[in-house]
Ligand binder design. Sequence first.
Ligand code: 8YV
Length: 317
Amino acid sequence: MTKPRILQVGSLAGSPSANARLADTYDVFELWKHEDRARALAEHAQDITVLVTSANMGANAELIDALPSLKAICSWGVGFETIALDAARERGVQVSNTPDVLTDCVADLAWGLMIAGARRMSLGDRFVREGKWGQVHGSIPLGTRVSGKKLGIIGLGRIGEAIARRGQGFDMEVRYHNRRQRDDVPYGYEASLVELARWSDFLVVATVGGPGTRHLVDQQVIEALGPKGLIVNIARGPVIDEAALVAALQAGKLGGAALDVFEHEPKVPDALKQHDDTVLLPHIGSATYETRLAMENLMLDNVKAYFETGKVITPVE
Ligand code: 8YV
């Protein structure tokens, strides 16, 4: 039996077996292996109906336009700001992502970052590795207590809510800022992000990315969080104005930053690397074996469902 043809935008090397499983079942057109993409698409991809991509590789309008037979885009990852949804909708192309399966691991990582930032775990780790630990206990500066503090969350979607739920286990009061107030959660709503920042000890960014949230966390929000506050970002780098963040840290106007995402990944400003009150991770929110496998399964289920029924199972909302 001939394998159905699909287009894969780039390697899914961050998933346990996605590349191999796609190649087993489908005749994969590997776009990333072609230097002249436009020419390769024109010559070999005109009949392709399904495109596989990821949250970071996306699918822009130019790519969608170059695929006249395209019917479905199946993405590995929950974020979809890199996919040209308007172009897809205009053409009636379905778009699926992998929601829910990564919620817990991303929320866990937000907590890891929050505790690491407050308790200076990266600094302590460097201190031990560099052989600086002598006989004196606690010879790095004192950290900040986490339990019982005030937790502010920007974006109370699936992941924001999972972060909030974990806050109850730490006896924290939780408030949130969202596009709209929710009447199905026990947390306080702050219509003003600046007010939320002023109230919070810890402010966690869990909102969607894209032009609508770019630099939502600006100088005013950062300074409202203040010299004792810690900002955590597990969402998308551009939600925070990174230049304003660096300036506030350097001026002592912000207590610390614990970040899994950056404005120009994989570039991280030297000023953040050199600062003692930062924790920096290479975008690993979903990067556990279990979660990456679940994302892979859901992406593959969407591709299969399209070929079998003409409909993806988790369309982006
Ligand atoms: C992925 C993510 O690691 O799902 C998302 O939106 O940001 C992460 O889970 C990655 O972006 C997949 O490309």
